[in-house]
Design a protein around this ligand. Sequence first.
Ligand SMILES: [Zn+2]
Length: 181
Amino acid sequence: MDLKKIVYIISLLVLLILPPETKVEKMQEAIKNQHSTSQTSNKTSGNDKVNLKPGGGWGGTQGPVQSLAKLAESQGLYVSSAKRDIKSTNSGGVSDHWTGNKIAYANDYAWGGKSPTSRSDTAASKIVAALGGPADWGKKGGNFRKVVYGIRYQVIYRSNVGGNHYNHIHVGAKKVGDKEI
Ligand SMILES: [Zn+2]
């Protein structure tokens, strides 16, 4: 008896043993699993894909910050501020927004409200996750910092660090090379 016959007989036996409802359930489960697997792979290879490789102006910080922008824009947020003439932050530091800071770039994302929303939470979470941070970061927010490809990123949200960050998400980037931040 060859292997094909054995497999055929076993599947016939399984079909006979299992009650009909179980078979339907198993099929539905299999279809569901297949569907969710393909959705997950679309998610990682589709809109959420960002390019953090240094590129563009401002010491190579503009490209990756603009690539991250789609994660906010997909949640209906918009860029409310980018480079500007104000040098200092409310905490007294040099702002990544400042035009005199030639190796830094920053975007603020607003949604037209004074308080966080579930969509702004999602946007902040997606940005921080793309930088290698926690996937649910936006629920609590704070002052997230991480160096990726020689660029120091800073995401401020739901925090008063450097000003009121309850009405926008700050995403700053500065070229630091191998230096610690
Ligand atoms: Zn900002």
